[in-house]
Design a protein around this ligand. Structure first.
Ligand code: ZN
Length: 141
């Protein structure tokens, strides 16, 4: 049976990248699923998920580049009702709300530099990320 886990993440800045790899790995260990897929899904319209290297300069580059591509307050229509159009646009045009990852021997199968990171685009806020940890049969009969 799949196991559903809700991660609670308090972000601290308006725009921020939070490494959630260890939280996901711990949830897998607790789930007893040893072989399968974990779906990671952020339940917000102004966040996204990325899998990349958590290196401080690269993190700054990613956030800076998003700001360059989708600047704040550029006369967006949504800003007339809620002043965060740039956050929604960055989330929908540049990022995805979910990632799916392979699990084997109870371990996330990531490359040596890959980390799973939540991108906060309209913080600080309390955020929820849902994990669906799904076992798969090791061999197809
Ligand atoms: Zn909004």
């Amino acid at each position: 049976m799949p196991v559903i886990v809700n991660l609670e993440i308090q972000t601290r800045k308006p725009v921020e990248i939070v490494d959630i790899t260890n939280m996901i790995q711990e949830a897998i260990w607790k789930s007893d699923v040893t072989h399968g897929i974990v779906l990671v899904f952020t339940r917000h319209t102004t966040t996204g998920l990325i899998i990349n290297e958590n290196e401080p300069n690269l993190v700054e580059d990613i956030l800076g580049h998003m700001e360059e591509l989708v600047p704040r307050g550029k006369g967006y229509k949504h800003d007339t009702i809620d002043r965060n159009a740039h956050s929604h646009l960055r989330a929908s045009l540049l990022l995805n709300p979910s990632v799916a990852l392979p699990v084997d021997a109870g371990e996330l199968q990531l490359g040596p530099w890959q980390r799973v990171m939540l991108v906060e685009l309209d913080g600080p806020r309390h955020r929820k990320v849902t994990l669906m940890i799904c076992p798969c049969a090791r061999e197809i009969p």
